[in-house]
Design a protein around this ligand. Structure first.
Ligand SMILES: NC(=O)CC[C@H](N)C(=O)O
Length: 374
């Protein structure tokens, strides 16, 4: 049955506007417009806390085909501030589906707009860079909405860790025999990450982002993990200070995405905002230690500024870039070696946990386990 749809208005901060159809909740919403090229995995994308204060534009023209299930959420809720699609599937069909994408969005108050040429919008964002966006199902005047879009803060300078981190410490048990204990700092963690560790015999204790070094060490961890997360890494000084204590103490460390950016800052490198970021599940990354290329899942708008070649002396050891993006040479991984050349700590900018795939980068969890073993 075709649904009669209300009008929705989308306005970008440069004044470009599009009229489409409302889906999900009604009202008005703002954020940073970012495009994702993943053809699958919208449920994982929408529930990724790293998308806090962002409105996702799906380049894939047909979204919602497999509905919404009870298993694939990456966290307790949808985090995006809005969703922009070309065409919404009218009949979701999958054996695991429990409700439609639209029902899930409506239940959680998330505003969507369909009927938008999202490929044209993406080309525009690629040319001009990520920008602020507003969607409204109540406003009809683009100029009025534009003024409210321009009154929003930009993503640079936003600290969003407190919005997404867990209030209480919790434990994700190992699957099968427990071999290692990891202290994970939740900066916006996705549930697949402790799961990948659990599959390898790791029990993960997930801590709030304001946990102290003493609290982490109280569980006598074999390794410390810093998760992905939303916002500007330059605002997370407290967690950078915590990470420096971990590095000085010598506990093996692994970081993903935001965790990679904070590792970079802890080592003395800077971070900067990319023009439009990497979001999708087909980004080619080269592991500089093996020269192997892996196809990887990404969601980042910031990156670490570090020399691609050579090593950098830091108070914690010798730092080097371990992975690089083959599309644009962006730093995709960092490693820290001790004076004997043994790995002490490492991180990647992309997502080896990749719930929606691809799985090329899963070896990184094995690398973390090997590091704890050593
Ligand atoms: N997925 C993430 O951890 C994102 C990190 C950071 N918020 C960025 O946009 O680059």
């Amino acid at each position: 049955m075709p649904v009669a749809r209300h009008r929705a208005l989308l306005v970008l901060e440069d004044g470009r506007h599009v009229v489409g159809h409302s889906f999900g909740a009604e009202g008005e919403t703002f954020g940073e417009a970012v495009f994702s090229t993943g053809m699958t995995g919208y449920q994982e994308t929408l529930t990724d806390p790293s998308y806090r204060n962002q409105i996702v534009v799906a380049t894939t023209p047909h979204i919602g085909n497999t509905g919404w299930n009870d298993e694939d959420d990456e966290s307790s809720r949808i985090w995006v501030n809005g969703y922009v699609v070309r065409e919404l599937s009218r009949i979701p069909s999958n054996w695991r589906s429990r409700r439609s994408l639209e029902d899930a969005m409506r239940e959680q108050g998330i505003i969507g707009i369909s009927g938008v040429d999202t490929r044209a919008l993406t080309r525009h964002l690629r040319e001009l860079g990520a920008m602020r966006i507003g969607i409204s199902t109540t406003e009809t005047d683009p100029q009025a909405l534009l003024e409210r879009v321009r009154a929003q803060p930009s993503m640079a300078g936003q600290n969003l860790v407190e919005d997404v981190t867990t209030e209480r410490t919790y434990v994700v048990p190992a699957i099968g025999e427990k071999k290692y204990t990891v202290a994970a700092v939740d900066l916006g963690i996705k549930s697949m990450t402790p799961h990948r560790l659990a599959e390898r015999g790791v029990e993960t204790t997930v801590f709030p982002a304001d946990a102290s070094y003493e609290e982490l060490m109280a569980i006598r961890p074999d390794g410390v993990f810093f998760s992905n997360g939303p916002g500007d890494p330059a605002t997370a000084d407290a967690q950078v200070a915590l990470l420096r204590q971990v590095l000085a103490g010598g506990t093996p460390f692994f970081g993903i995405c935001f965790g990679n950016q904070l590792f970079g800052r802890a080592l003395g490198f800077g971070t900067y905002k990319l023009k439009y970021g990497h979001r999708g599940i087909n980004q080619p990354v080269k592991d500089l230690s093996t020269d192997k290329v892996e196809v990887t899942a990404h969601n980042h708008g910031f990156a670490v500024d570090a020399p691609l070649q050579g090593t950098t002396q830091t108070p914690y050891g010798l730092a080097r870039v371990s992975h690089v993006n083959l599309n644009d040479d962006v730093v995709e991984g960092l490693a820290l070696d001790d004076s004997e050349g043994n790995l002490k700590a490492f991180s990647v900018q992309y997502h080896p946990e990749a719930a929606a795939g691809p799985h090329d980068a899963r070896y990184l969890f094995d690398r973390f386990v090997q590091l704890m073993e050593a």
